[in-house]
Each structure stands twice: as C-alpha cells, then as structure tokens.
Design a protein around this ligand. Structure first.
Ligand code: SAH
Ligand code: SF4
Length: 353
C-alpha cells in the first residue's frame, strides 16, 4: 500500500471529473470509474480492464485504491455480528462492526482512530485520541462491507456512526462521507439510512440543525444531573445538560424530526426508578425515543451492567410517562464488538495510549 498517494474514496464525482478533464480524458470515463467504485466495488486495477492501459496506470500511480488493511476478523457465536479490525497506512487501528438482522444489515463505522472525549466507560475513550479519519477512510468502511455482502446477494441497509470516535468532532469528514455515499449515480444510500451519535457537542449540533439534514441524530445522555454526567462524560463540563437539551429541542423544532437518546445502564449508578422519573421530566414534550443499553464491560471501568429487573423497571417508568423506549439488543459482546468496546486489543504490536 502506498502512503504517498491519495485514497480514491476521498474524491467526489465532480472532483474526479475535473481531474479527468485535466488528464484530457473523456468525461464519461470519470463516471465509469465512479460507478465501478461505488456500484461494482472495483478494488484492483484488473477490475477496470476496459480502461486504456495508460489511464489505468495513471490512476494506480495517483491513487491508493484502499487504505483498509484487514488485520483481524471476529464472528460472534451466533454469527450475526462480525467485527473487523483494520490498520490504516500509518498504523492506526480502527474497527467496523456488521450486525445482521432479519430485515436489515446495519454497519457501525468509525470516524476517528481513538477518541478525545474520554468517557470513562468507553474503551475507545480509554485509548485516547490518535487522529481523525479522512472522509475517504470513512467511506471505504462502507464500501468494504458492501462488497462482501454483495457476494451473498445482500447489501448494507443502514449505517450508524457509532464506532470509534466522536463524529461531530470530525464534522466535515463525517458529513462529506455521508454525502458521497448518497450520490444517486453512485452508492445511492439516502441520508435517512444514516444515524450520527454524539456525546453532545452543542456548537456542532447547532450547525447540524441549521443544515436541516435527513440524517438521524442520537445523543449519548446517560445522566440527568451535571455532576454525575460530568464524572462519566468529561465533555459535559463544557456542554452541560440544560444547554444540551435546549439544543435538542431546537433541533426537533427546526427539523421536525424525532431525536434519540442513548442511555448506558450502570448498576446503582444511573439505573434507579427515580433517575428514570427525572429523565422523563427532562424530556417532557420532546419528540424523542430512548435507547437503553445495559453497560458493556471494558477493561478500564469497573461499573457493572444493570440487572435485567432494573433494566425493565427503568424502561417501565419511562413508558408510563409516555416516553418510547427500547432496550438495545446486546450484540457481539463475546467479541468485544458492543457499544463502547471498540479499541485496539487485537494489535499486540501497538502499545495502548
Ligand atoms: N462518540 C459517539 C459515538 C460512538 S459511542 C457517542 O459517544 O455518542 C456509541 C455509543 O456507545 C454511545 O452512546 C456511548 O455512550 C455508548 N457507550 C460507550 N461505552 C459504552 C459501554 N461500555 N457500554 C454501553 N454503551 C457504551
Ligand atoms: Fe468517544 Fe463516544 Fe467513546 Fe465518549 S462514548 S469516548 S465520545 S467514542
């Protein structure tokens, strides 16, 4: 893999076309390459053997056709969840998780190597921030799995930006990736099939609101009081709960869309019925949905996940207050592919941060 070349997925169609014009190539070739990449999932020079040899050579010299080097692949026992650990050309690790359901195939992608937000119960937070991914590196995760699913007659139906990293801390690249994958002449995956999850970076939420996009938005809330939330999510010190909820209300009012809140249930920390009542009060009148996720274990945090009884009691209180709530099905816990479990365990040569 050449590091000094640009990843081809970093370009959108217009950029590819203007490059081909510079190269004095007919415009239809750019479109052919685009469709090859995003519909046929070309990945090797042999795949575009219909191109003149000279052009093929030029593309290969100028571009890297892949930044993702598969290092390890794990299947959960039920085989419904696959986690792939990739290494980027500079050695940084990222992980991507495929979750198969009856009716859909949801891909959970990374937007950063590591994360700067430092949430205490999250393995990615525990490893620290390495770097932002480029838009092309975000795009390639989707194409990589789409290519594999295609061989089974399947496709990626939904994408959640809930892997490693904070997508709104890498705003431009995350949104550019979604836009690129939405091109009707290319991959054609509509914005509604994407969900961005954020720890609650208010200025970025405001920007996202103003852009009035069709992408789903999920907020990682986890507590109703600043003291507790700040102790688990340091970002809360800058963006406290009242301001965050206000930004969420503005988002819902302005876009007319429902918003999702995520809540990792930690035994005896944020799982009491009283806490559920406070949450119901906080979200009163807001068009929203709450996803509760019993805490997944990580090495750096010794909280326990709530018992099944406490999970149900928490959900019942919310529902009795008219707030819709689902308990997220635990997926891939046996391969550390659950929420907050993505890190680089599998690369023994890399010291952890
Ligand atoms: N950075 C974004 C998206 C990635 S994390 C965010 O924080 O929202 C995806 C979700 O997993 C978030 O809701 C996060 O709070 C949650 N999470 C992190 N660690 C977890 C753990 N150990 N158990 C359960 N959920 C966890
Ligand atoms: Fe980053 Fe999200 Fe993990 Fe917090 S929960 S450290 S924001 S990836």
């Amino acid at each position: 893999m050449k590091m000094n070349t640009r990843l081809i997925y970093n370009l959108d169609l217009a950029e590819l076309e203007s490059l081909f014009t510079q190269w004095e190539q007919p415009a239809y070739r750019a479109k052919q390459l685009w469709q090859g990449l995003y519909q046929q999932f070309w990945t090797r020079p042999e795949d575009f053997s219909t191109f003149p040899k000279e052009l093929r050579q030029k593309i290969v010299n100028e571009f890297s056709l892949s930044h993702l080097q598969e290092v390890e692949r794990l299947y959960s026992k039920d085989e419904q969840t696959t986690k792939v650990l990739f290494k980027l050309p500079d050695g940084q690790p990222i992980e991507t998780v495929l979750m198969r359901y009856e009716e859909r195939n949801t891909l959970c992608i990374s937007t950063q190597a590591g994360c700067a937000m430092g949430c205490v119960f999250c393995a990615t937070g525990q490893m620290g921030f390495r770097r932002n991914l480029t838009s092309g590196e975000i795009v390639e995760q989707v194409i990589y799995f789409a290519r594999q699913l295609k061989t089974e007659g399947e496709r990626v139906t939904n994408v959640v930006l809930m892997g490693m990293g904070e997508p709104l801390h890498n705003y431009e690249a995350s949104l550019a990736a979604i836009d690129r994958l939405g091109d009707p002449d290319g991959f054609n995956m509509g914005a509604r099939r994407f969900t961005i999850s954020t720890v609650g970076l208010i200025p970025a939420i405001k920007r996202f609101t103003e852009e009035k996009r069709q992408i789903g938005l999920a907020i990682s809330l986890h507590a109703t009081e600043d003291e507790l939330r700040s102790s688990m999510l340091p970002a809360n010190q800058r963006y406290p709960i009242a301001d965050l909820i206000q930004a969420c209300r503005e988002y819902v009012d302005f876009t007319g869309r429902r918003i999702t809140f995520e809540w990792a249930l930690i035994q005896n920390v944020n799982d009491s019925q009283e806490e559920a009542r406070r949450l119901a009060e906080l979200l009163h009148g807001l068009n929203c949905h709450v996803n509760v996720i019993p805490l997944n274990p990580t090495n750096g945090f010794n909280g326990e996940r709530s018992t099944r009884e406490r999970v149900s009691a928490f959900r019942d209180v919310l529902e009795s207050h008219g707030i819709s709530c689902t308990v997220r099905v635990r997926r891939g816990i046996d391969i550390q592919a659950g929420c907050g479990q993505l890190a680089e365990h599998a690369i023994p040569t890399q010291p952890s941060a």
